[in-house]
Design a binder for this molecule. Sequence first.
Ligand code: SF4
Length: 409
Amino acid sequence: MLRLDTQFEIHNLDKPRLFKVISLSELIEKGPAVCAGYSTLNDLMLWLDTSPTASRKELLSSPLGGLLTCEGKLPEPPKDKVILSSPRDSRVVQPGDVIAVTPGTNVVRVLYRRGADSNLLFMTDRCNSLCLMCSQPPKDVQDEWHVQENLHLIDLIDPVEEQLGISGGEPTIYKEGLLAVLAKAKAILPEKSIHILSNGRLLSAPDWIADLKHIGHPNVTWGIPLYADTAHEHDYVVQAKGAFSETMQGIYNLARASQRIEIRVVLSRLTIPRLPELAHFIFRNLPFVEHVALMGIENTGLAKKHHDELWIDPLDYQDALINACHFLDIRGIPVSLYNLPLCVLDPSLMPFYRKSISDWKNLFIDECSECSATELCAGFFKSHSQRWQSRGIRALQQEDLIAYTRSVP
Ligand code: SF4
């Protein structure tokens, strides 16, 4: 549950900056080559530990962009470098991370965390839908600056194989920016797979086909939400008339551009009634999709406001879930279940179950302390509260685990 920001004392900062935090040994061994793309010493922030070497004068006078110390303060801090000291939580920023600092605030944001499986390029707070369960309600702002930040961030990320998300808001709103980010990711980070979360509506414009083909990124997956097999139900969930046909057109355009596609369905009182029909619809009309993700609600943002309309106890939709999962699975479309507590699921669903909640958002509640399944279970979102809790939560015993794991091939 490590946060992605914390407060520091910040000195000598006169403009927004990104830094790659680097340990002394990495600095000596690799220097700016620790970053995937173009970078100079000025992009690096040296993470000073308490060793005597770390305070040597040569280090403090080197042409690095910044110095970070978690333990106390530097006796004679150089004036030509950004200085970060006295973090509120010293665990948040570590060597390898990429951080953003902005004048006028002492908050340091971690844009890239070394080794995490949930790093993402955040494109915008804007969105053209207003989904009832949106966990991060859109803002009507001009924030195209995220594009430049992401282009720079790509340069500073570790050049290792891992997944990188692209998200918002709706990332297709800044079309040219998104295409530039994809092109740069392909050039600088070819070893990373990219997962883009988009409502797919703007992708209905046919020029995306040629643009995406032209970039030709070999490892991009688009996660597109589809909430029903009928326009009326889907449009209501996303609060946008015409969204269903735009999203369907967008999905077909992605297929024409040879993109990999995942369909995402948030499970709620509104989407459960037609879930089996939706599974049929996907198989009949979108047989080219590579994956279907069925997901529990993140009980934050607009979802809190719409609790009564959205909440349904997972215990009460097991039949629909079993029906949809097995229907797709038998027909060769891979299915995953995300963001649900394991103990409320029928054991036959175990082959589809994923421990999905990002480490920094994850929580286990008191009832879990006696459970034998914490290693397997996704648990809860940090925002969890009693009114979003299934009446089926129970500590699983070893014999329960046998029933769950028996169904995994
Ligand atoms: S009781 Fe066990 S299975 Fe249920 S939510 Fe907690 S850890 Fe998961």
